[in-house]
Design a protein around this ligand. Structure first.
Ligand code: DOR
Length: 442
């Protein structure tokens, strides 16, 4: 691979506190130079990418996505999901274990890793099940899953409702140092629910899911984290009450991290109006007041990261009547564009947004896979280049994902991924981004 010089762009690397116009050199798949002046010694045969007017930042890291393989390849595969991730600026993605069979034994973790190595185009890190078969009854061999490569544990899609089992999982978390990611949902309260419980559910005549269904399990999990000293990571946080619970737990020194999705930060329950099944997601889209609290939580670092919960489904499944359609939004390819509205509306700074997509999720994963979420010298050259001001209209026909299920179809977004580099290799490039070969010195 020839060295690649990215020049003319504005580099933002919140982990290193860099926010300035600068250039970047990639050699042998790693970042070898970052600076303003001339490179010494100068490379002689290299490619050049002009990033004028663009933001250059560490590749995005997604702690929560669904790749559907094995078992549901009509919805997504590792090949299509990683291509969609690359188009969305993600260079590391962590896949949830609700596949068929689920990721509850070493052989399936090995299968994910080898398929990702042969068919994927970005880094795929698997999340193992908490319980065998995701049935919530018996703990998986968590130590074996961890040594096979699981970076965390979750029964996502389902909550870990059995408190005794959750206690054991949290005990293991304390000894292993790996997080337990819970999908916090009291199913006795949410059963049959389709959308947020409130004005919209009443108007549409759909059963609602109250905020309390999430908050009850968040509160229980925090109590278990306190009891065991284990590490709780709250998946897809959606309510003001959950943000308050997590804030107070942090103040007490309980080991908890939390994520929020782009859709829960930018869309309200109104998106399901007209029985739009592409806005049907679990947990449901909430209210303006919840969104305000989630953004405040992100600003204060009570919510550590943004994770897509990319959940592709087939068009046939989403075309079913509302009650029968599955929950989930295809999120990789619209994540940046929708999140940039928070920056344009001055609700978040660009540096804060980038940190929640890069160094913060990388901190949760740790250093086992090299330095992620940073442009530090010697780190893998995982780089995202985007145009913060480019306007575009979402057209799911252009998606690399098999999941066309987004409520943003036809929406105008401002902020677009222009190029994604994984380990020094250009894995996605917008047509307008040109590479130029250079043979002289610079
Ligand atoms: O909306 C969702 N879809 N929420 C989940 O927790 C699971 C996911 C899926 O797997 O489709």
């Amino acid at each position: 691979m020839k060295p690649l010089l990215i020049h003319g762009g504005h580099i933002i690397d919140p982990g290193q506190g860099i926010d300035e116009a600068a250039g970047l050199l990639i050699e042998d798949g790693k970042i070898s130079w970052l600076g303003k002046g001339e490179i010494t010694p100068p490379p002689t045969d290299y490619d050049m990418l002009d990033a004028s007017g663009l933001i250059v930042c560490p590749g995005f890291v997604d702690l929560h996505c669904h790749l559907r393989q094995p078992g549901f390849e009509e919805r997504e595969t590792i090949a299509t999901g990683t291509r969609a991730a690359a188009r969305g600026g993600f260079t590391t993605i962590c896949c949830m274990p609700n596949t068929e069979p689920p990721l509850d034994n070493e052989a399936i973790i090995d299968y994910i890793k080898s398929t990702a190595a042969s068919e994927g185009i970005v880094r795929v890190l698997p999340i193992g099940c908490i319980s065998r078969g995701r049935k919530g009854e018996e703990l998986t061999g968590m130590a074996e899953l961890a040594s096979a490569g699981a970076i965390a544990f979750s029964d996502d899609g389902e909550p870990a409702l059995n408190s005794g089992l959750m206690r054991q999982a949290m005990d293991y978390s304390r000894t292993s140092g790996l997080p337990i990611i819970d999908h916090c949902e009291d199913t006795a309260l949410s059963k049959g629910g389709q959308v947020n419980e409130g004005a919209i559910s009443a108007r549409l005549g759909l059963k609602g899911i109250p905020n309390a269904a999430e908050e009850i399990i968040v509160a229980r999990d925090l109590a278990l984290a306190q009891l065991t000293g284990g590490w709780l990571h709250v998946a897809h946080t959606t309510t003001e009450g959950s943000v308050d619970l997590i804030r107070r737990a942090r103040e007490k020194g309980i080991k908890v991290t939390a994520e929020v999705t782009p859709h829960h930060l930018t869309l309200t329950e109104e998106a399901v109006t007209g029985y739009n099944t592409n806005a049907k997601v679990n947990p449901p889209l909430r209210t303006r007041q919840d969104i305000k609290a989630l953004i405040q939580g992100l600003k204060e670092n009570v919510i550590d990261i943004i994770a897509t919960d990319h959940a592709p489904h087939t068009e046939a499944d989403k075309q079913r009547e509302f009650a029968l359609a599955p929950f989930g939004i295809s999120g990789f390819e619209t994540a940046l564009g929708s999140l940039m509205s928070l920056v344009h509306d001055r609700k978040l700074t660009l540096a804060t947004l980038i940190s929640r997509l890069t160094c913060e999720p990388a901190r949760i994963i740790g250093n086992k896979y090299g330095k992620l979420g940073t442009l530090a010298i010697g780190a893998p050259a995982d780089i995202t280049i985007f145009d913060p001001a480019r306007e575009w209209v979402v057209d799911t026909r252009t998606f690399a994902s098999r999941g066309k299920n987004t409520p943003l179809e036809g929406s105008a977004l401002k902020g677009r991924i222009m190029a994604t580099i994984f380990q020094g290799k250009l894995v996605y490039r917008d047509d307008s981004v040109k590479l130029e070969a250079k043979r002289d010195t610079i």
